[in-house]
Ligand binder design. Structure first.
Ligand SMILES: [Zn+2]
Ligand SMILES: [Zn+2]
Length: 382
């Protein structure tokens, strides 16, 4: 210690926390390099350097500390906050992702019984809620590529790991978005029975993790397998038709302009009922909410499910996409300004529904005339 010129232990410990409070990554790296302070040292509140860095939302600092062996679930905070709780409060979704990839426990509860996602929802950090609730470790998918017990073949072929994992991690799991993903990743379609089966198994395995189980993740993966099953059923007797296109059309067909498509609502309600873990909080929440909402009544089964998985949103900045339910949908039909879409692809898919009322809505729009609240109108492509 004398040769590095460091002050005695206690002060070095104080220094590391001071440097973190100044976001001085270089300084903290130097201190750790000398070996004079443990990377998981705690301050008087039981907080580790990683927790301090997460509290500040400093992703670079957190990555460096993790590289140096910081325990992602370490610390002994007065109120049982973990680094992920702090990251969730900081509002940095990318940082939450880094901690989750490093093995942060998403179900850990603080002294008032709240998980990191619940804390994020509490302060309105919806991006963090989505990131945490949609995170699944790639290892949980890879698990099914090994031959187990009396099996001769693994349940999942290794080339399916990435497309399956990416499907699970998608924040928007609206049936149309899932169909579009499958269309782009044709390999999933070619192996659909295998994929459906493995999704079911991943969901069940998640629930068997006991205290570590994330029931929101398990439910979402169950719903994905259910959506794919329904999509697969479309291919039966679909001579000369693209079964995925058929499925998308079915999910979009709607009687009233801007209404909730009936088949979509029915499919999602069935999907909820088919979740085998009825005692879970998420199931109780969904069943209660759906029971109080009539078929196709606002906000619809999709509105209810997505807000339970991705957090409640007080006010929407944008109307969701009329095709795939994406919240980013901000471009309105330039003729009638009635429906919003992510992009031209979504607009095109919805045209067979939209064309029935576009003209009438455009006339209504023209009468209002002076409303300039909508920007970025996209030129209509058809
Ligand atoms: Zn869309
Ligand atoms: Zn229109």
């Amino acid at each position: 210690m004398a040769e590095t010129g460091e002050t005695p232990g206690g002060e070095t410990e104080a220094t590391i926390f001071t440097l973190i409070s100044k976001d001085d990554v270089q300084g903290v790296t130097e201190i750790l390099r000398t070996g004079s302070v443990n990377v998981d040292i705690v301050d008087e509140h039981g907080m580790t350097p990683l927790q301090h860095a997460a509290y500040r939302g400093n992703e670079t600092m957190c990555r460096m500390l993790l590289d140096r062996g910081a325990d992602v679930n370490g610390g002994n905070h007065n109120n049982n906050y973990t680094a992920l709780h702090f990251a969730a409060l900081s509002g940095k979704s990318a940082l939450c992702q880094v901690l989750l990839q490093a093995g942060a426990k998403s179900h850990a509860v603080n002294s008032v019984g709240r998980t990191p996602a619940q804390m994020a929802a509490f302060v309105g950090n919806h991006g963090c809620v989505s990131t945490i609730n949609n995170f699944v470790d790639r290892k949980d998918v890879e698990y099914f590529t090994s031959v187990r017990g009396l099996e001769t073949d693994p349940k999942l072929q290794s080339f399916l790991v990435s497309p399956v994992h990416n499907l699970i991690m998608q924040i928007n799991f609206h049936p149309v978005r899932v169909a579009l993903y499958v269309k782009k990743n044709n390999i999933l379609l070619e192996h659909i029975p295998e994929v459906i089966q493995v999704l079911k198994l991943i969901s069940e395995r998640e629930m068997k993790k006991g205290a570590d189980a994330n029931e929101i993740t398990a439910f979402k993966i169950h719903l994905l397998s259910f959506i794919l099953t329904k999509m697969q059923e479309e291919s039966v007797g679909a001579k000369g038709h693209d079964p995925v296109e058929n499925f998308i059309k079915k999910m979009l067909r709607c009687k009233t302009p801007g209404g909730i498509p009936e088949q979509l609502d029915i499919l999602l309600r069935e999907g909820v009922r088919a979740f085998p873990f009825r005692e879970t909080t998420i199931m109780q929440q969904l069943v209660t909410n759906l029971a109080h909402t009539k078929l196709c009544e606002d906000p619809g089964a999709w509105g209810i499910i997505s807000s339970v998985v991705n957090g409640h949103k007080g006010f929407r900045d944008n109307d969701p996409c009329a095709t795939c339910g994406d919240e980013k949908g901000s471009k309105k039909c330039s003729r009638c300004h009635f429906d919003a879409y992510c992009d031209k692809d979504c607009q095109l898919l919805h045209w067979f529904v939209h064309k029935k009322y576009c003209k009438a809505k455009a006339e209504e729009w023209a009468k209002r005339g002076t409303d300039t609240s909508i920007e970025n109108p996209e030129p209509i492509v058809l």
